[in-house]
Design a binder for this molecule. Structure first.
Ligand code: LRH
Ligand code: MN
Length: 424
């Protein structure tokens, strides 16, 4: 399903007067409104190919119908999101869930929809039917060299797939670890994993990045072999300049100070990117900003501070990706809400008066520092984001327009109510 540009224009025209009124006020709150809007227009979030259908848990999966049946339809759905919000201009594929039959045809289709390919993801956390050796006891950490070689070969194959699509980065998330004390020699598991990652790293094209994604627990529940930011940083540092850590917001132990982790990883020049989502307990993969929007704002304040400290380009020097699972919401509506929450946190953080904040810190004026932060956080920046969308030809309110033109109903008519997308 494609949305004609003129339909979006018509919708925007019907809502222009109301928007102008709200934008006029919002823009009066920011001294640097034009630079904020151009940053928003450039800021693109990658959509995970594995989250375009309903997600589930071991207890159940409830499909809403009209799910993409193949990679082409997944790319069409991301194209639809991008037409609606102008900020979803990339897709992140998971191999083997999304192996293209014809990479150049897929690349052309994506380009026609204004999409590029962000990081490709390997998968050594499931046994594929054709796979000779099992990953039951891990992949790159495995005591058996043949299993490690199988995982290495898979990651090298994923790089090959990515190159054919124009991707320039590989995300390695390893489910490796142990579930019982005594099960694993932690040192050997680390050394096997590092040695295996080094073999994959040596196959990276010179301009590619490798993202080492850490996770505190699940599917192992005693130790994870890439269990926290420190371990991921150790791997990325030992691997070399093309290796970085990847921060999935749901992969931390309760109450971890993620904004401090982000600040230090940026300081070290070893932060590669994000998997945005939200959670209350574990790796819940909920809608971004739906549970802890203030934490997301604080993370973006550290991101902007750290990226400006290093002279990094906000739009392209980090990988902005969503990694969520839609158990009860419409996947496309959930993704529209997530992209909006990311842009809101980014815009609020851009409103923080960094000079005044630093002054308050130097005077140990804790109250003033909090007031400066929360003044920005308590600013309704949605009209500013809507203005950025208006200027990039997208819909003033993507979710409202998505429902108004009955996208899900159309997709169910086209694809049926029982289709199931590959993914989690
Ligand atoms: C692991 C993870 C990883 C993906 C998977 C779909 O929890 O976050 O990024 O490979 O989800
Ligand atoms: Mn992730």
């Amino acid at each position: 399903m494609q949305i004609e540009g003129y339909k979006i224009q018509e919708y925007n025209n019907d809502h222009l007067k109301h928007h102008r009124h709200r934008f006029e006020f919002a823009s009066s709150l920011a001294s640097n409104i034009e630079s904020i809007i151009s940053k928003l227009v450039d800021f693109q979030v990658a959509i995970p190919s594995w989250a375009l259908g309903a997600g589930g848990t071991r207890f159940g999966r409830f499909s809403g119908g009209g799910e993409p049946r193949n990679l082409e339809e997944k790319i069409e759905d991301v194209g639809l999101l991008h037409a609606l919000n102008g900020s979803s201009g990339a897709i992140s594929l998971h191999i083997p869930w999304d192996i293209p039959d014809d990479a150049s045809a897929i690349k052309t289709l994506a380009a026609q929809l204004g999409l590029r390919f962000d990081a490709v993801n390997s998968n050594t956390f499931q046994d594929q039917a054709s796979q000779p050796l099992s990953y039951k006891f891990g992949s790159m950490q495995h005591v058996n060299k043949e299993v490690r070689k199988q995982a290495i070969d898979h990651n090298i194959e994923v790089i090959k797939q990515g190159k054919a699509l124009g991707s320039e980065s590989l995300t390695v998330w390893l489910s490796d670890g142990s579930s019982f004390p005594g099960q694993l020699n932690f040192r050997k598991a680390f050394q096997n994993t590092l040695e295996s990652l080094q073999e994959v790293y040596s196959e990276l094209p010179s301009h590619w990045k490798m993202f080492v994604e850490y996770k505190a627990f699940e599917p192992n529940f005693y130790s994870m072999t890439v269990g926290d930011w420190g371990q991921s940083l150790l791997y990325a540092t030992k691997l070399g300049r093309q290796a970085y850590t990847l921060v999935d917001l749901g992969h931390h132990l309760p109450n971890a100070n993620i904004e401090q982790i982000v600040s230090l990883l940026l300081m070290e020049g070893k932060l590669g990117g994000f998997h945005f989502n939200d959670s209350k307990y574990g790796d819940d993969d909920l809608t971004v900003g739906s549970i802890k929007p203030y934490q997301l704002f604080l993370i973006f304040t550290e991101l902007i501070d750290g990226m400006d400290y290093r002279g990094m380009n906000h739009a392209i020097d980090l990988a902005w990706m969503i990694d969520a699972s839609h158990n009860i919401k419409d996947p496309l509506e959930d993704l529209l809400q997530s992209v909006e929450a990311i842009l809101i946190a980014y815009t609020q953080a851009l409103l923080v008066d960094k000079k005044l904040l630093e002054e308050a810190r130097l005077n140990n004026d804790v109250v003033r520092a909090q007031e400066i932060l929360q003044d920005a956080y308590r600013t309704d920046v949605r009209p500013i984001i809507a203005e950025a969308r208006l200027r990039s030809g997208a819909a003033l309110n993507p979710l409202q327009f998505f429902r108004q033109i009955k996208v899900r109903e159309e997709l169910i008519k086209d694809r049926g109510s029982k289709t199931v997308a590959t993914g989690l």
